[in-house]
Write a protein that binds this ligand. Structure first.
Ligand code: GLC
Length: 423
């Protein structure tokens, strides 16, 4: 994992060739009979360490249709930008794309990914909400691959010693972060607050965990001018003003915030389930001393944004038949099991969440399923990218205490209006 990350970070288009030949290298009219031939598989460059043996297996069995892994940077926004620019250039270098669930509609509406035959994939076996993220205007444009829901990680040793339970509300979290963290020399709370998709996720969760929403009706109605949105912004702004959210957190993406928790510097962390395995692993200072619960909210438990990624096929791929087989392979039971056990990522196959062996080895599975099933998907807007940028920009000013929650909500309402009115 660390090796891959070192390669991906800061590199504009990092291509780590693990095996096989790039699809684009095949000559026109080459080995593509019936849409069959080599493929490139493009993905964000983090959390990919487990993929190599899975692709090796595929490549051994299909020497005429090998898959080459292309890794892009680990920030969701940079990966999206690079995928979009390659697909829009019409170059046909990418065949199969591991896209964030948030982008499926945008890619589909732009005609960059190809519709897929529903009966080709065992969609009924997947967790229900994830299948919906792969459809746009009634058609299937991708196959769910990994799901995700944010959890609140907490230091069970510190809360236990103080006779406290993990927080269910923001006021409990704030009180514990304010009082217990400094006594143990820790920072209180962090999420992902650098301006990128992760900040949009954290702000959206804060708004919806107070009962609000940014957009309604698949992104067609702006709904952010609400007490809930003001409360959500205020929760995070208060943390920064009062110091129980550290200033460093303004620079955190997933990995920086994970490191702060596993190095024993944080009492509470909002992050995805992949952190659990790492925090319990040999290099962690908090192994055996932490727990994970659903996100807290304004008046009781909150809700996560539905995360994860879908597998899509470029509309320009010359080997769509092989690509469809590859999608079926990556969503097979055998691979989905390894997505969890080797990749520490939440699988989309529902049956795995009831598997007694997996539940024993991954104790967070039950809470995770609950969180995924109650998670709120991002709007299916072809303009989601612009919406997210507007949320990030406003959120950045709120967290820097340059703008009050009241002003922020007014400005965001205006900017979202411009986006929906603009061409
Ligand atoms: C995770 C989620 C994804 C989300 C991203 C934000 O990768 O799976 O859906 O957009 O984090 O950083």
């Amino acid at each position: 994992m660390r090796w891959i990350r070192a390669v991906g970070r800061g590199v504009l288009v990092a291509a780590v060739v693990l095996a096989g030949h790039a699809g684009a290298a095949a000559p026109p009219g080459g080995p593509s009979a019936g849409g069959r031939g080599p493929l490139t598989f493009v993905t964000a460059g983090d959390l990919t360490h487990y993929l190599r043996p899975l692709l090796d297996d595929w490549n051994r069995e299909r020497p005429a249709e090998p898959v080459t892994l292309v890794e892009l940077p680990d920030s969701a926004d940079e990966t999206r930008a690079q995928m979009l620019s390659e697909l829009r250039s019409g170059g046909g270098r990418f065949d199969v794309l591991n896209i964030d669930v948030a982008w499926t509609s945008e890619f589909a509406a732009a005609g960059l990914i190809a519709p897929l035959a529903r009966d080709r994939f065992a969609l009924d076996a997947f967790l229900r909400p994830v299948v919906d993220t792969a459809t746009f205007e009634g058609r299937l444009y991708a196959v769910p691959y990994v799901t995700n829901a944010g959890l609140l990680y907490y230091r069970a040793d510190i809360l236990g010693a103080a006779g406290e339970k993990p927080p269910r509300t923001w006021s409990e979290l704030a009180r514990q972060a304010r009082t217990l963290a400094p006594r143990s020399g820790l920072d209180g709370y962090a999420g992902q607050f650098l301006p990128y998709e992760g900040l949009t996720v954290n702000l959206t969760e804060a708004i919806q965990s107070a009962g609000g929403t940014v957009l309604r009706d698949e992104g067609t109605r702006i709904a952010v001018d609400s007490d809930a949105a003001r409360a959500g912004f205020a929760f995070l702004a208060d943390g920064l003003r009062e110091g129980w959210i550290p200033q460093e957190a303004l620079r955190y993406k997933e990995e920086e915030s994970r490191a702060a928790f596993v190095e024993g510097r944080l009492l509470f962390l909002r992050n995805w389930p992949y952190v659990y395995t790492d925090a319990d692993g040999p290099g962690s200072k908090v192994a055996g001393r932490f727990g994970a619960v659903p996100l807290p909210g304004a008046h009781g438990p909150g809700t996560s944004v539905l995360g994860g990624s879908n597998l899509a096929v470029s509309a320009r791929s010359r080997h769509p038949a092989t690509a469809a087989d590859f999608l079926a392979y990556l969503t097979s039971e055998r691979v989905q099991r390894q997505v969890l056990t080797k990749g520490a990522l939440p699988p989309v196959l529902a049956s795995l969440y009831d598997d007694p062996g997996l539940v024993a080895s991954h104790p967070y599975l039950t809470i995770l399923r609950e969180s995924v099933l109650s998670a709120v998907p991002r709007p299916k807007s072809p303009r989601y990218g612009q919406v997210s940028l507007a949320v990030q920009a406003v959120g950045q000013d709120v967290l820097a205490l340059r703008e009050s929650p009241e002003e922020a909500v007014r400005r965001l309402t205006r900017e979202l209006g411009d986006i929906s009115g603009g061409g």
